[in-house]
Design a protein around this ligand. Sequence first.
Ligand code: ZN
Length: 240
Amino acid sequence: MRYAIFGDIHANLEAFQTVLADARAEGATDFVCLGDIVGYNADPVACMDIVRELGCPVVKGNHDEQASEDSDLAYFNPLAARAIQWTRDRLTQEQKDWLRSLKFSRLVRNFTIVHATLDSPASWGYVVSDLDASASFSYQHTQLCFYGHTHVPRAYVRDLRVNEHPATSLLIEPGKKYFLNAGSVGQPRDTDWRASYILYTPATQLVEWRRLEYDIAATQAKILAAGLPERLASRLSEGR
Ligand code: ZN
């Protein structure tokens, strides 16, 4: 058994298809989605269809929430707000209902998944420091939890205290707890434009982060053709 754990797809079909092909080539048997299927890029429906066909566990992201409601977008940054409105205009009521039905956190086998934080999953805070991770760890009842939202692959490990580890690969050790960010499939923000996701193999307790080049030019051309803000295309190349 090997899990492919991915999130922040953000309607980037080329990046998502590349991740799924790599995961299958690496022997992934199970798929897990950390939320934010839609938003920013131009293929929300195709990406949602794929996730639903996988039939995998999914948690709700803040863009999934916003795209499925008619709430005021005043508190979103203008780029995100324009993309959310564009996305709302393309989803059917059934698709919005499905997004709205997603839970904030879930137990998968013996690990937890959440989009943003475990201490307040519906508030969409960002875990970017040892302190943020400590708050989340106090609500983590499994040894492992996978999250997203920051679009930056990262590993927090709680032993006697909380430490950050490089998001390359790590072995799960007894007595420690892990809060692991899979990075973003469709809009990485660690200045590396390549799609990011995690492979987790329970039998060996190995967690590996994968980074993959994809057809970014095709994604950018679709963004421009859709009339979405030009900045949403250019930021992809910069990985921010
Ligand atoms: Zn996101």
